[in-house]
Write a protein that binds this ligand. Structure first.
Ligand code: GLA
Length: 380
């Protein structure tokens, strides 16, 4: 009907105007330094590279990455379902480009991830009849995967997330297929295989919810056990997928202290701070999914100033904490570059509009970038 189409046109124009106004507000002048230069001597500042970065399509993104970051991690292309989709058939093209980009730009390159229950190909755990393989076969598949992938990038990838998300929030071991089939020496074996394949590469354990008391205890115990057995482990990655109310910064600090006390590096490996409400209890468990609801997508037309300010404060509080522990923290990596391509827009609910990263949808540095740079000037 006529009225409806007139109304919808007016609505469309109003939305355009409000988006334009919001983006004017959020556009800030160029920061006085770059993140990597500001944090030089404190810790590396990293970001995760996606397919468009790896293949050189996102040219604006690539120039920001070169400007602000001195470390990169592979967002997806090194996960087992991508790199060995079929047994014995490795797809190295994208990972090769990722590594070449890091080398060409003198960056600290992190491989992610060798052993993870998620984003793993179905064949990995079963025989031709679909039954679980034996312990021996599983160990051999894990060994072959790790040797082939780590071996290919020997001397080129600086550090590997060897095992991802093996400990539950209460500190118990996650009942993955690796655990179920191999038993509780699978983590030790994974680290051994990675070390054999590249004796000079740094090796890490990486997980989410790392500030929770139960998980903290479980991870400390695991690392102590590996160390007691003489297994090389260089660092512990605290993923850092955060919200506005969790994790508690005091608990996060306790975990930094507990992990650093083990004599390994602490790394914040996948930082992003979501502003969206979470359906249910907040977690970074990637297997969750929920149906889209409009009310769960409150900032689709833009971000109110007070919310943006609170979010900025939370980022600066955390970076202040990281600076306090810069002798123990070797790297802080953001999980992505701009708000346009963050996983947060689609998880656990598809199609939302989130603002968790340091660069906006127009590739502009948010005001927080300058604030994070200024933090480094206040530290004596
Ligand atoms: C976990 C993984 C990452 C990524 C995120 C969600 O944190 O370690 O590789 O998949 O989930 O994108």
């Amino acid at each position: 009907m006529k009225t409806n189409s007139w109304e919808s046109k007016m609505g469309f124009i109003a939305t355009l105007l409000s988006v334009a106004l919001m983006s004017c507000n959020s556009t800030v002048t160029e920061p006085t330094s770059s993140l990597k230069d500001a944090y030089q001597g404190r810790f590396l500042v990293g970001t995760a590279l996606n397919k468009s970065h790896n293949y050189g399509n996102d040219t604006l993104g690539i120039s920001l990455i070169k400007q602000h970051f001195n470390s990169i991690v592979a967002e997806n292309c090194m996960k087992s379902m991508h790199i060995q989709p079929t047994e014995g058939v490795f797809f190295f093209e994208e990972a090769d480009k990722f590594v070449e980009f890091g080398e060409a730009n003198g960056m600290f390159i992190v491989g992610h991830t060798l052993v993870w229950h998620s984003q793993a190909p179905a064949w990995l755990f079963v025989d031709e009849n679909g039954a679980d393989v034996s312990r021996e076969v599983m160990i051999e598949r894990m060994r072959n995967h790790i040797h082939t992938v780590v071996g290919r990038y020997k001397g080129r990838v600086d550090g590997w997330d060897v095992v991802n998300e093996a400990i539950m929030d209460d500190g118990s071991w996650r009942n993955t297929k690796f655990f179920e089939i191999i038993g509780d020496d699978y983590i030790k074996l994974a680290f051994q295989f990675a070390h054999e394949a590249d004796p000079d590469a740094e090796l890490y354990y990486n997980d989410y919810a790392m500030s929770m008391e139960g998980k903290r205890k479980g991870v400390v115990e695991l690392v102590k056990q590996l160390q007691a057995e003489g297994i090389r482990i260089d660092g512990i990655g605290m993923q850092g997928h955060m919200g506005m109310d969790h994790p508690d910064i005091g608990e996060f600090e306790k975990s930094i202290q507990a992990y650093a006390a083990l004599g390994v590096n602490v790394m914040i490996t996948e930082m992003d701070i979501t502003l969206l409400p979470f359906p249910g209890e907040e977690t970074a468990e990637v297997s969750l999914s929920a149906a889209y609801q409009e009310k769960m997508n409150p900032y689709a037309a833009g971000l109110p100033d007070d919310i943006a300010a609170a979010w900025e404060q939370r980022y600066t509080d955390y970076f202040q904490l990281f600076l306090k522990y810069s002798d123990q923290i070797s790297r802080v990596t953001l999980w992505g570059l701009t708000d346009a391509d963050t996983w947060r827009n689609d998880w656990p609910m598809k199609g939302r509009t989130d603002y968790p990263l340091l660069f906006d949808r127009q590739y502009q540095p948010k005001q927080v970038v300058q604030k994070l740079i200024e933090l480094t000037e206040n530290k004596e």
